[in-house]
Write a protein that binds this ligand. Structure first.
Ligand code: NAG
Ligand code: NAG
Ligand code: NAG
Length: 573
């Protein structure tokens, strides 16, 4: 992969100075940021489909799909295959692909075949590394499909059949500590269910989704769902949230509405992340949720009348385990609706893609926001945002962004039309893939960048909970030992501006020792429980002065997971 030439930064001189300075001083955070605004790289001019849903798998390949009722895509199915689906709405006999597997390391893609409509669906990767995708539209609304990663070209989607009890269109999935997933909401579904199912009837009412439903417009679809460290789920829809115990079907806590009361969920689509989880050995974890952007109340109706209202420029942040939680408001450098929020390996958040006006929906967005914004959660309020360099490609409705193991962010999609439209429209269907490289990847920081040499969690060996983990790494410059950390990031299922199952854990109790010239060991403790880190694959990073190493795939697994042993549907764990 060729990297375009990098701009040089004067900050590097300053950097060296700071390093000398801080090497002699105990310090915690410094101003030695990887300044520079990041870099865009066009990876593929066309992958033949539009990247509307994306999931990175533990073999560094990304499963991407759009929908089967978009019309003919620009990519043929392999080996002359065609889909003959009498219940299909647009083209019943379709020889084009609506899903691809993108190989990050080789920068290549190949067509995959989905059988039923996967439009606006959800998914999660289960502990054995398979993607279990749930729901969709029309003949796909109750379907469950499985993609098992392979290293060759012989794996494809397997349709499990009607694995869901209710129609799940615009629902959110979250992986649970026992290896199942919970699927919450969807259009006109004020309930949730589990996959694999727990017991009949497997549909449980969730009045919160009814209460947050703005009649005729909704504003509560694709709820933002996060697993709290206590095993409960934080569920956000419209402009407020609950803490929910899915084992007893009880609301444990009700959070206030975000000041201003404007909606943040589809189609007034903002985005949200669970900020990095730290001090994992503490009895109560200070989990924080950050919700950014969206559209002011009434925007959707105004768009129908031809007025594109400016998007929200605020973020709201809340400590979800506080006795009296309240939203703290912050202002972004730009207004944004349909942005994607992605955790970066160093704990910062990238806000990327989207529009400055309008809402989600066909033809309903205007003013593409080409500049990503970086958010540094640990900085002082008022100085957390930093505008990044712009892309040249608008990424409007149905665009996506996910973190890759090497620290880049894969960006794709954008199709605000009912079918593929390449000409005569404001925002043509985007078939391209780009990568955004945050400035921590700048070669100027190579001497600060850790390289993982070996780890007790290397390939093939699972790590357990609450255990010591040793990572050996190399840094060519002199390191600042108390500015080294180890993070673990769960790859996300991204669609409609939300990254399901995305979480980052900062592994604590770190102890750094010098092993040899430029070689160090860091010992940390793995997360104490599956409530904090559900079993499965994570990308493990060593971070030094905000510069992350390339990630290492690790698998955390508990022998206690119920579904490893019990469920035949999950027997391949
Ligand atoms: C996709 O196909 C259409 C026509 O079938 C063509 O106009 C368009 O240029 C193609 N787009 C890309 C990016 O290949
Ligand atoms: C598609 O399937 C139908 C039966 O459902 C069949 O009648 C038809 O011939 C098939 N079309 C093609 C092109 O194979
Ligand atoms: C849209 O236009 C109609 C007709 O002019 C008007 O009655 C309605 O109030 C408008 N709605 C909004 C949200 O502006």
């Amino acid at each position: 992969m060729s990297q375009p030439s990098m701009p040089r930064y004067t900050s590097i001189i300053f950097f060296l100075f700071l390093q000398l300075f801080f090497a002699a001083q105990p310090c915690h955070r410094t101003v030695t940021y990887a300044a520079g605004g990041g870099l865009w790289q066009l990876l593929q001019n066309s992958i033949g489909i539009t990247a509307m849903h994306m999931q990175l798998l533990s073999n560094d390949r990304v499963v991407i799909y759009d929908r089967t009722d978009f019309g003919r895509s620009n990519l043929s199915l392999p080996d002359g295959k065609c889909r003959n689906d009498s219940s299909e709405l647009v083209i019943k006999y379709d020889c084009t692909a609506h899903s691809v597997e993108y190989d990050v390391l080789a920068n290549r893609f190949r067509p995959l075949m989905v059988q039923s409509d996967v439009w606006c669906s959800s998914g999660a990767v289960v502990p054995d590394g398979r993607l279990i995708q749930t729901g969709g539209f029309n003949d796909g609304e109750r379907k469950v499909r499985i993609f098992s990663p392979c290293n060759g070209a012989d794996c494809d989607w397997e349709e499990v059949g009607d694995g869901l009890k209710a129609k799940r269109w615009y629902a959110t999935s979250h992986i649970l500590p026992d290896g199942r997933q919970i699927i919450i909401g969807g259009r006109r579904q004020f309930n949730y269910e589990f996959y694999p199912k727990s017991s009949a009837p497997n549909v449980y009412s969730l009045p919160f989704l009814m209460e947050t439903n703005d009649r005729g417009i909704e504003n509560n679809l694709y709820p933002f769902v996060f697993l709290n460290g206590d095993g409960n789920l934080f569920i956000f829809a419209n402009n407020r949230a609950i803490l929910f115990d899915h084992k007893t079907n009880k609301v444990v806590k009700t959070y206030p509405a975000i000041p201003g009361g404007d909606p943040r969920s589809y189609p007034s689509t903002g985005s949200a992340v669970l900020l990095p989880l730290k001090n994992l050995q503490a009895s109560t974890i200070e989990a924080e949720v950050l919700v950014c952007g969206g559209a002011p109340k009434g925007s959707f109706a105004k768009v129908e009348n031809g007025t594109f209202v400016q998007a929200l420029d605020t973020c709201a942040r809340i400590k979800i385990n506080d006795p009296n939680p309240r939203w703290v408001m912050e202002t972004m450098p730009t207004a944004r609706v349909m942005g994607d929020m992605t955790l970066l390996p160093n704990g910062n958040v990238l806000i990327i893609n989207g529009a400055g006006a309008g809402t989600a929906g066909w033809e309903k967005g205007r003013d593409p926001v080409l500049n990503p914004v970086l958010y540094r959660p640990d900085d002082a309020s008022g100085s957390r945002f930093e505008l990044q360099n712009p892309s040249t490609i608008p990424r409007m409705y149905h665009s996506t962004a996910i973190l890759l193991r090497d620290g880049r962010v894969l960006v794709g999609g954008s199709n605000p039309h009912i079918g593929y439209e390449f000409t005569g429209v404001l925002f043509p269907t985007e078939l391209s893939l780009e990568a955004f490289s945050p400035s921590y990847l700048d070669p100027n920081f190579d001497d600060l960048r850790p390289t993982i040499v070996s780890s007790s969690a290397s390939e093939g060996k699972n790590i357990g909970y609450g255990q010591k983990l040793l990572v050996r790494f190399k840094v060519t410059s002199k390191i600042v030992t108390d500015m080294v950390s180890v993070t673990m990031v769960a790859p996300a299922f991204n669609t409609h501006s939300f990254s399901m199952n995305h979480r980052l854990l900062v592994l604590g109790n770190e102890k750094v020792t010098v092993v040899g010239t430029s070689i160090y060991d860091i010992q940390v403790m793995t997360p104490p429980s599956g409530d904090l880190a559900p079993s499965g694959h994570y990308m493990l990073y060593v971070v030094h002065q905000e510069i992350p190493s390339e990630g290492l795939w690790v698998k955390i697994l508990s022998v206690k997971e119920k579904y490893i042993l019990v469920s035949t549907e999950m027997a391949r764990w």
